[in-house]
Design a protein around this ligand. Structure first.
Ligand code: ACO
Length: 453
């Protein structure tokens, strides 16, 4: 449906022709340009809408984030992560009965296959937990061949029960994989999930229980983490969600899709910025060093990590909520001195002309790293925590895309390579023309630790 009477008028001065392109919900149909022999060049999809979605809404100028029309502040205040997951995936908040069934179904899918446990145990003792989780998600596809589109045909997901079963499985099992990766790293036996607890309490139980028979995670910490999962659950077409949609368009099963999305999240520019923000605060070290650091930032020698956002040109609403959660967590775990540096840094930055002019405000990563650290999580586990929350958002996009099938994603490129040329036989090639591969050679092996030789 076009916006009543709104068109973009384009004159092609190659032909002198005028074209009226209908404007629909602030977008124009890029395929119209194909008729003119043109494609849109948009390096990195910075201004390209690749789907219509009803899941989350962001107004970056006003600092608004809504899931299915509900403000993130209201959801963080009043809902649980599983309620929000239901909302994201099915479009509305559940009734009491629906919520109970939903929670029961998910908590019944928290166990993982024994061979999957063996698989996780086969990783090196110091394996990055995100590497373990992404690999395990991909491996999980082989444990559920009845859910494989490659084996069962692309139409299996026309069956709603089949769709829901994979959603229960993935939301249920991701925290178990995450907890195994955590325990592996610290050399402790993996805990089985316990259905005595709610979703996030069970996750903390799997992480922390030692030999106690009646171990009960701190309910206030569990609530704080549950809210953090809500804040991370969806953020429209961020890089990993776009990866999820791209993989979904191939028809591959959701385990593999999720492995792809989680792998994108693993990248330091996406799921790892909170670690960078935390390192920056540690490097600043004390409040007295802040003015010098700010000067370096303004001289463009440094970036203020955890500040600025591609979409938000105002205070990230998630950062506001996290700031409140940090007080709650410090009350339980003890105050982390880095928070004083963070608060003072924020105060100075928000009153400094350099940051005001560029609309640089704290983003979600500014406070989340300090909270995770105060909770005792190792830094390389931060993206795994992000992944648990974002799993619901990825699945909401998978679910939405199954209902509005789109062709396989196939972006265009603008070719700028060699013109057609004649093949050169091996004997006739010159060293000057052939690119040299940069390599350290065999001597580099001398630097490897003995157990990798
Ligand atoms: N510190 C200092 N200056 C900054 C910062 C920052 N964090 N971010 C942007 N600027 C400045 C730039 O130097 C530039 O200044 P100029 O106009 O004088 O050249 C101006 O603000 C605009 O910068 P861009 O890089 O064009 O802004 P963009 O919107 O593309 O960048 C980004 C967004 C990448 C997030 C950036 O703000 C940044 O690097 N922030 C720090 C890293 C970070 O916290 N990332 C997490 C993002 S949230 C997430 O992914 C979940």
């Amino acid at each position: 449906m076009s916006d009543e009477g709104h068109f973009l008028e384009v004159v092609d001065n190659r032909t002198g022709k005028k074209h009226l392109i209908p404007i629909t919900e602030d977008t124009i149909d890029a395929s119209i340009f194909a008729q003119l022999g043109l494609s849109i060049y948009d390096n990195g999809y910075l201004n390209t809408a690749v789907c219509r979605s009803a899941i989350s809404y962001i107004d970056g100028d006003k600092g608004i984030l809504r899931y299915r029309g509900y403000d993130i502040e209201d959801l963080a205040e009043n809902s649980t992560f599983l309620e929000v997951s239901y909302l994201l995936i099915f479009g509305d908040l559940p009734t009491r009965d629906q919520l109970q069934t939903w929670e029961t179904r998910i908590m019944r899918h928290t166990f993982i296959h024994e061979n999957m446990i063996d698989y996780l145990k086969s990783f090196r003792y110091d394996a990055h937990p995100m590497g373990m989780v992404t690999s395990a998600l991909s491996a999980m596809s082989t444990f559920h061949p009845e859910a494989s589109t490659a084996l069962q045909g692309e139409h299996i997901y026309e069956n709603e029960t089949m769709v829901n079963k994979q959603i229960f499985r993935l939301i249920g099992k991701v925290p178990t994989l995450a907890a195994c990766a955590y325990r592996h790293r610290i050399g402790r036996a993996y805990n089985s999930p316990s259905n005595e607890f709610g979703y996030t309490e069970n996750f903390l139980y799997m992480l922390d229980r030692l030999s106690e028979n009646n171990y009960v995670p701190n309910p206030r910490l569990a609530r704080a983490l549950d809210v953090i999962f809500i804040l991370h659950a969806d953020h429209e077409l961020n890089c990993s969600t776009a990866a999820m949609r791209q993989m979904t368009s191939t028809g591959v099963d959701p385990f593999v899709c999720l492995a792809g999305a989680a792998s994108a999240l693993y990248g330091p520019s996406h799921g790892g910025a909170n670690e960078a923000a935390l390192k920056m605060l540690e490097e600043i070290g004390s409040v007295e060093n802040i003015p010098g650091f700010i000067e370096d930032v303004k001289a463009k020698k440094r970036r203020l990590m955890g500040f600025g956002h591609r979409v938000y040109k105002s205070y990230d609403p998630r950062a506001k909520i996290l700031k409140k959660i940090s007080d709650e967590v410090f009350e339980i775990m003890g105050r982390n001195p880095l928070i004083d540096i963070a608060v003072e840094l924020e105060r100075i930055a928000l009153s400094d002309e350099y940051f005001i002019k560029r609309n640089l405000y704290p983003n979600v990563d500014f406070y989340s790293g300090i909270i995770y650290k105060a909770m005792g999580f190792p830094t390389d586990f931060f993206p795994v925590l992000f992944c648990i929350g974002r799993t619901s958002g990825w699945l909401a996009h998978w679910h939405e895309q199954l209902q509005q099938p789109i062709p396989i994603f196939r972006p265009k490129q603008s070719y700028e390579g060699a013109e057609p040329r004649a093949y050169v036989n091996l004997a006739d090639r010159s060293a000057a023309q052939s690119p040299k591969i940069v390599d350290q050679g065999v001597n580099a092996r001398k630097n490897l630790p003995p157990d990798t030789e």
